[in-house]
Write a protein that binds this ligand. Structure first.
Ligand code: UGA
Length: 457
């Protein structure tokens, strides 16, 4: 919405939320307090806020005065009831539709921006239409429902929005579709704006994420084979990526994909396939998630093996907790499962991340951090534990191993000579993101393992 405001000075954009605190932070003059860390977003907000971009909790008034409303709420996986663990919980989408139905005036175009299961537009349409049924003709309002899925990736969101590969608009009324297309035409070439029916648009979003995730599971599965055979997954990726039919993107083997969408969207696809009685299709996509879970556990198992079969009382530096670099988002981050496994094995983790807050890690690991004094006493108990280390230089103190889980740029610049002086001996560097220079680590007298490298095993 901020980018739309930035690119379309003639359009007034109002972002509304029921969460007062969040709206307060979006309006804060201290830009470091914005609720989302996203490179470049603060500059956009600086340019537009209170010009043609507002953040407000006045939902009723803003629905009534808007011509177009984007529903952009989260759709987490259901945890209970029908479809638990797979289907999306549409509670928030539904309640948005009900709010719009009550307060909208005249003709309103309702746009699904949230990633939704196929045929959700029908649910929204039903709610909107039912709300008008009992009204006199003179009081009736009208609606169009469009699907306009978002393809931006976190960390590069502003660039992805400014230079999108495509903008997808699904609907059944060309007038409404053109109205939305017209907004994007302020900065996106006409040829890049694709118009489809509603269901294709909804399904294309899920499919795009499923294909991307599938590539990562594919290359991660090959990384295990590389380690077993002496091949190198980076060389394999380069070799296959030069085939223009395959392409070079999304072929970096890592600790397993994370983020709020990949797993959720695939599970949604699995649920849909089962619902439509297509069990083979469901199990094909389910295997992408199964492989990802297996791969995350593989990384922690391997660390136990390298450290002589036990992590009890061993200190391990964890570099990076976010699900990828340039974001403070930890949702479904591989770091969560891997750290839990290491703690379960009795390890003491020194966690560093330039952007993730200690409170978030506490929530993700479901465990309080310890303070230094406690380490000395608890050390004898063989219990796993963790603490946060603010400065990167301090993370190496007395550790037995370093595990890199996020590809933050700072980690590629570590001076391993000086780090190794602080570490216990023998000590290991496990690089799950291929960001460190192998020679520098080995020259510093450290053992080295990296993902998918048969020669470092
Ligand atoms: C993903 C899609 O890339 C976006 O197109 C989509 O709009 C978005 O989900 C969404 O639906 O919200 P995002 O989750 O922000 O974007 O991040 P990605 O860059 O796709 O990375 C996802 C995970 O895959 C990360 O954990 C990343 O480290 C991992 N990854 C990515 C790899 O392990 N290897 C790669 O080569 C690429």
């Amino acid at each position: 919405m901020a980018v739309i405001a930035d690119k379309c000075p003639d359009i007034n954009v109002v972002v509304v939320d029921i969460n007062k605190n969040r709206i307060k932070l979006w309006n804060d003059n201290d830009y470091s307090k914005l609720p989302i860390y996203e490179p470049g977003l603060d500059d956009v907000i600086r340019r537009c806020r209170n010009n043609n971009l507002w953040f407000s909790t006045d939902i009723k008034e803003n629905i009534a005065t808007s011509d177009m409303i984007f529903i952009s709420v989260n759709t987490p996986t259901k945890t209970k009831g029908v479809g638990a663990g797979e289907a999306s919980n549409l509670k928030w989408v539904e309640s948005c539709a009900r709010e719009v139905a009550i307060h909208a005036k005249g003709h309103t175009i309702v746009v699904e921006k949230s990633t939704l299961p196929v045929r959700t537009a029908e649910v929204i349409k039903n709610i909107l239409e039912a709300s008008q049924a009992k009204k006199n003709n003179s009081e009736k309002n009208s609606f169009d429902v469009l699907s306009n899925p978002e393809f931006l990736a976190e960390g590069s969101a502003i660039r992805d929005l400014e230079y999108p590969d495509r903008v997808l608009i699904g609907g059944d009324n060309p007038i409404a579709m053109n109205a939305l297309g017209g907004i994007y035409e302020n900065w996106v070439k006409k040829e890049k704006i694709l118009y489809t029916n509603l269901w294709s648009s909804e399904l294309a979003k899920l499919t795009a994420n499923a294909f991307l995730a599938q590539r990562i599971s594919s290359i991660n599965s090959i990384s295990a084979l590389c380690e077993a055979t002496g091949a190198d997954v980076r060389e394999v990726s380069r070799a296959i990526g030069t085939d223009h039919r395959i392409g070079s993107k999304f072929l970096d083997s890592g600790p397993g994909f994370g983020g709020s969408c990949f797993k959720k969207d695939i599970l949604n696809l699995v649920y849909l396939s089962k619902y439509f009685k297509l069990p083979e299709v469901a199990s094909f996509w389910e295997s992408v998630v199964t492989l990802n879970n297996w791969h995350q556990n593989r990384v922690s198992r391997l660390i136990v093996e390298k450290l002589f079969g036990t992590l009890s009382c061993k200190k391990i530096a964890i570099l990076g907790f976010s699900f990828k670099a340039n974001t403070n988002d930890t949702r479904e981050s591989a770091a969560i499962q891997i750290c839990k496994n290491l703690i379960e094995e009795g390890a003491i983790l020194h966690i560093h991340d330039p952007k993730v807050d200690v409170k978030q890690i506490e929530k993700d690991l479901n465990m309080k951090p310890i303070i230094d004094e406690e380490v000395k006493n608890l050390n004898k108990t063989n219990l796993g534990m963790w603490k946060m280390v603010k400065n990167l230089e301090d993370v190496f103190e007395e550790i037995d191993a370093t595990l890199i889980l996020t590809e933050w740029e700072d980690y590629s610049k570590i001076n391993w000579q000086s780090a190794s002086k602080k570490m216990r001996s023998p000590s290991w560097v496990f690089d799950s993101r291929s960001v460190v220079n192998q020679k520098n680590v080995i020259d510093a007298g450290l053992n080295f393992w990296r993902i998918g490298d048969g020669s470092s095993n």
